[in-house]
Design a protein around this ligand. Structure first.
Ligand SMILES: [Zn+2]
Length: 302
């Protein structure tokens, strides 16, 4: 028991993005000016495409920073680094510089108070003042800036200049970023949503987000741990329980039954009791090294 074999780790953990607390960088540019600060009536949003060339599929995650989206290339993130980054709609570049936290960033003013911002870029192909068309390559996806956690991905935000001062703040909670709409479909209204195989252009069908919780039956009281195989913190009672996601960890084996998957959940007792881990060995259904909910849906990676 307990042969520690971390064979597979989630390629893209949420820890990547927790540290994203950027100072909202804004060099004010009076592209449109309201008479006074206050709430500005939202104008029609431009018809944004995903900021990649047509014919591609990308994965979008909100992690802990909805409505911002982190984007990696499907099916396995290969090709994310260096991928062409294109303008999501026509507009004018209003920020293009190296930010100490965000790395290479570009912000486009699309008019009507609408902006898009992309950060962690490998390179920038346009400077401030450049007029760009929809689909025009403006840079490349990368992992610059410490908040990228050195993991190639595009952090992307749509924003509306709600206070009407002609700029859009970005990069942190409380800024003017808003939930994104691409090709007519809305993405990322809440944290911990994942959208797989999103088409870069056309096809405005929104794939369902991965569920936030999965319901599973467990056949016995399961010990809970701070991490897979880590410090014992409490107990998850037998019965129907919810779990959030799975991670691969130390094997738990009793007789011929075994499971390397660990399920993140909230325990029934213990301290701390939230966001602890129990072995998927305790699932009432399914076989060795399987981690599915009561409907047979494979529980997503944490
Ligand atoms: Zn991000």
């Amino acid at each position: 028991m307990s042969a520690l074999s971390i064979l597979r780790r989630p390629a893209f953990g949420r820890s990547i993005l927790l540290a994203l607390t950027l100072a909202a960088a804004a060099a004010p540019l009076a592209t449109h000016t309201a008479a006074s600060a206050g709430t500005v009536t939202m104008t029609a949003r431009p018809d944004f495409q995903l900021p990649f060339p047509c014919g591609q599929q990308w994965r979008l995650d909100t992690w802990a920073h909805s409505p911002a989206l982190d984007m990696v290339k499907e099916p396995n993130q290969v090709g994310t680094e260096g991928a062409p980054f294109v303008a999501a709609a026509a507009g004018r570049v209003v920020q293009s510089f190296f930010h100490s936290n965000a790395g290479n960033m570009i912000q486009i003013d699309h008019g009507g108070g609408w902006f898009t911002t992309g950060i962690h870029l490998q390179s920038r192909a346009v400077g401030v003042g450049a007029v760009v068309s929809k689909g025009q390559v403006i840079g490349a996806v990368g992992r610059t800036g410490p908040t990228s956690n050195n993991h190639p991905h595009l952090h992307f935000e749509q924003a509306f200049d709600a206070n009407g001062n002609g700029t859009a703040t970005w990069g942190a909670a409380g800024t003017e970023r808003v939930t994104s709409v691409f090709n007519g479909a809305t993405y990322g209204t809440a944290n911990n949503q994942t959208f797989r195989n999103v088409n870069s252009c056309g096809g405005g069908t929104q794939p369902p987000p991965a569920p936030a919780k999965y319901y599973v039956d467990t056949f016995a009281a399961a010990p809970g741990y701070s991490s897979p195989g880590g410090t014992r913190t409490g107990t998850l009672n037998a019965g129907t329980n919810y779990v959030y996601c799975k991670v691969w960890g130390p094997n738990v084996q009793v007789g011929s039954a075994y499971n390397h998957w660990w399920l993140k959940t909230d325990l029934d007792s213990g301290s701390p009791w939230q966001n602890q881990y129990v072995s998927a060995y305790y699932l009432s259904r399914w076989g060795n090294d399987e981690a599915k909910d009561n409907n047979g849906v494979v529980i997503r990676d944490c």
